[in-house]
Design a protein around this ligand. Structure first.
Ligand SMILES: Nc1ncnc2c1ncn2[C@@H]1O[C@H](COP(=O)(O)OP(=O)(O)OP(=O)(O)O)[C@@H](O)[C@H]1O
Ligand SMILES: [Mg+2]
Length: 434
């Protein structure tokens, strides 16, 4: 692993790469300090935005401790409505095409309002309803699992993508948070089902003061809940359509901006699963007079992001959008103006990392060191993205830039003189196209 020396001042704009002596460049894992002047960078292990209110509202399902309520009243109301619908027998419905237990959640008018993905029904969760995933896990985990990701934390990644999207003002991820829900349509163990049966039997004698699911005794499942967006179709569908029937120029321009925001999101979170079926487009050609009302993009299925290292084994997990013609167009000034200053604001970057910490830390498998590595990958991605926006590169050129991580050194307890080391990736996967 080669290491370069880097000086960060007042954001990323004054980055100075200092050439290294040849022997150091060739050495494995040699560290060289990075000094940060004039920037206040706190560490991820001492989040600034810890919230006592939330600490008091923790629930524990044996998988994670999560706040019973989010800090977003609108979102809380959506969850309350989902619970009321479940109580009235309008139960979440499994999405059959998915590789895991994912559910469409409806309101009392039977309108779909969210997508719920329980942690323990994720591809490698112990209650995943798909037998093919069970076979993968049992027979050949090294061929199917993603070694760069922390296993079974997809729901956290879903919520984390929403944090990044909101904080950087990208506006492409439907709001997603971690919640707890119970429904008899979810996949439970035979023991849970048996327990539920006896609780139900006992509580049926009491008047209807308890919610039905409480009565049924089913344990709530922790998982991600994403707001359902209406009228969207897989990007694959629309992209094929646009090839036959090109968009009007102004609409095309707006679509290109939305596409660039998707690229920024995926690059920052280092999404390893962005096929063209994992982002959605809504297009209403009747509204071509107003491009912003005419076309929308939604980045869904963000559960396989936030790796703790760059992919370096068998598969490269490319961003599938890189092969689209839109990826060869240089980043627009519009996108640069929207995001570059935010990405260069190291305080904001640290705030995002702190907020991710505050989400991820609730998982039972949370590991501070792995989180620190996730943050290092993300800082490296942000640095590359800044450079690409500054140089007006295209998304295709962005994904070809040398990969790096920016690691924090020391205990980081002091804001002054926190040290960062930039490390270039020198190990690349065997297969680069899959
Ligand atoms: N927020 C959303 N709004 C509207 N539709 C959605 C949303 N999330 C998911 N969907 C729909 O549900 C389908 C499955 O969702 P998703 O890809 O997130 O599930 P999954 O179980 O992770 O599937 P897989 O692992 O096969 O990709 C999507 O292709 C899309 O059609
Ligand atoms: Mg999907």
């Amino acid at each position: 692993m080669s290491v370069a020396r880097i000086v960060l001042r007042n954001g990323y704009k004054d980055i100075q790469y200092q050439p290294l002596p040849k022997e150091i460049e060739d050495a494995e894992d040699v560290e060289s300090p990075v000094s940060v002047g004039g920037c206040t960078l706190d560490i991820a292990t001492t989040p600034t935005s810890s919230n006592n209110e939330q600490q008091r509202l923790l629930t524990d399902d044996g998988e994670a401790n999560i706040p019973l309520q989010t800090d977003d009243p609108e979102f809380n109301e959506l969850i309350a409505e989902s619970e009321r619908a479940i109580d009235e027998g309008i139960l979440p419905e499994r999405i059959y095409q998915g590789s895991s237990g994912s559910y469409f959640v409806r309101d009392r008018d039977r309108k779909t309002i969210g997508v719920f993905k329980p942690k323990n029904e994720e591809p490698y969760g112990h209650l995943n309803p798909k037998w093919t995933k069970w076979m993968h896990k049992m027979c050949c985990p090294c061929c199917f699992g993603r070694s760069c990701l922390i296993p079974n934390q997809g729901y956290m990644s879903e919520a984390g993508a929403s944090v990044v999207d909101t904080k950087f003002g990208l506006g492409v991820v439907p709001k997603t948070k971690v919640v707890a829900l119970a429904s008899e349509t979810f996949n439970y163990t035979p023991i849970d089902k048996a327990k539920a049966k006896s609780v139900k039997f006992a509580t049926e004698r009491f008047p209807d003061t308890l919610g039905k699911n409480m009565k049924a005794g089913l344990p709530p499942k922790i998982g991600s809940f994403q707001v359902f967006v209406n009228g969207f179709k897989d990007a694959d569908f629309w992209i094929r359509r646009f090839q036959e029937e090109p968009l009007p120029p102004e609409v095309q321009k707006h679509f290109q901006h939305l596409f660039e925001r998707l690229v920024c999101l995926d690059y920052i979170i280092r999404n390893t699963d962005r096929g063209n079926d994992n982002w959605l487009i809504k297009y209403d050609k009747e509204k071509a007079d107003d491009p912003e009302e005419c076309i929308y993009v939604a980045a869904i299925d963000n559960g396989l992001a936030f790796p703790f290292k760059h992919p370096d084994e068998w598969r490269a997990y490319p961003y599938y959008w890189a092969w689209l013609p839109y990826a060869s167009v240089p980043f627009s000034d519009h996108t640069k103006d929207l995001i570059l200053n935010k990405l260069k604001d190291l305080d904001l970057v640290q705030e995002v990392i702190d907020e991710l910490y505050n989400v991820f830390k609730h998982d039972k498998g949370f590991d501070k060191n792995l989180f620190e590595r996730q943050a290092s990958v993300m800082r490296g991605q942000i640095l590359n993205l800044c450079q690409a926006l500054e140089d007006k590169k295209s998304p295709l050129q962005l994904v070809q830039m040398p990969l790096l991580r920016i690691e924090r050194r020391g205990d980081g307890k002091s804001n002054r003189g926190s040290n960062f080391i930039q490390r270039f990736q020198d190990k690349y996967p065997f297969f680069s196209a899959c």
